[in-house]
Design a protein around this ligand. Structure first.
Ligand code: AMP
Length: 281
């Protein structure tokens, strides 16, 4: 099992010891309930660095009042085992009070990029994400921080935050790890009923169909987007939150597919909200 620390002071001294030994330091920020997708991030961090810190923190500031903060799965012992098996050297699992002590009033907002996709549907979410990630980067001070492409908007926002605020870290984004049937792995998949789980792979099928149309020469983004929306809306029991195709770097609208685009969807199956995406072009 990976050693566990719960305070910023303890993670700092462990990282200082690694640095004194000439080691490169990697960070993989997570909310725990780790699965094979997270394991890939840890492996990627371990390929790039000698000493890998996996943070496990269910960050209250990125959940809306009606979201699943209270019921989000917490599996710290299993997380420590998975982190160790993937090459993690230390798990940092702070309490909310450690991260947000009394009197905490400072937040990071990455504007514009939070006005599309999940931003307007989850008010305050990316402010919470950016704030906690900047705090983790400041505490650990890694050379490399690794994120998953599954949360594509999050990756774009963090890259931009790091660039805009001159944070001295390399951001690395790893491909989405999927179940055998294509469903993107997620800690929230365990909320799905058997019926919901059975149709959930159709989300990725819809994205792949869009990718195939684009590869086949369709460059009209409005047509691609309406095809994607129709395919996702046709999933039995699905309620589409959004299905959009945007510039992959700036998350701005596109007319023609003349540069890399992000095709991203958010879908409710019952009460569970799933997100997935692919890159077009
Ligand atoms: P989470 O704890 O699930 O909120 O996410 C922690 C990190 O793991 C984020 O950078 C996610 O993008 C990444 N991640 C989550 N699911 C996957 C997946 N299926 N494949 C790759 N990375 C993932």
């Amino acid at each position: 099992m990976t050693p566990l620390v719960t305070t910023a002071a303890d993670v700092r001294s462990a990282v200082a010891a690694a640095r004194a030994a000439g080691q490169w330091v990697g960070l993989v920020p997570t909310m725990g309930a780790l699965h094979a997708g997270h394991a890939e991030l840890v492996r990627a961090a371990k390929r790039a660095c000698d000493f890998v810190v996996v943070s496990v923190f269910v960050n209250p500031t990125q959940f809306g009042p009606k979201e699943d903060f209270a019921k989000y799965p917490r599996t710290l012992d299993a997380d420590r085992q998975l982190a160790a098996d993937a090459g993690g050297d230390l798990v940092f699992a702070p309490t909310p009070a450690e991260m947000y002590p009394d009197g905490f009033v400072t937040f990071v907002e990455v504007t514009k990029l939070d006005e599309v996709l999940c931003g307007p549907r989850r008010p305050g979410h990316f402010r919470g994400v950016a704030t906690v990630v900047l705090k983790l980067l400041n505490v650990v001070q890694p050379d490399v921080a690794v994120f998953g492409a599954k949360d594509a908007q999050q990756a774009v926002i963090i890259r931009r935050m790091v660039r805009d605020l001159d944070v001295p870290v390399a951001i690395q984004v790893e491909p989405t790890v999927r179940e055998a049937d294509g469903l993107a792995m997620s800690s929230r998949n365990r909320y799905l009923s058997a019926d919901e789980r059975a149709v959930a792979p159709k989300i990725y099928e819809a994205l792949k169909e869009t990718q195939a149309r684009a590869a086949g020469g369709e460059i009209d983004v409005a047509r691609l987007e309406s095809g994607l929306l129709a395919a996702v809306a046709a999933i039995p029991g699905a309620r589409v939150d959004y299905a959009n195709i945007l510039d992959a770097e700036n998350l701005t609208p596109m007319t023609r597919l003349d540069r890399p685009a992000l095709a991203a969807v958010a879908v409710f199956l019952g009460t569970t909200r799933l997100i997935d995406n692919v890159i077009l072009g």
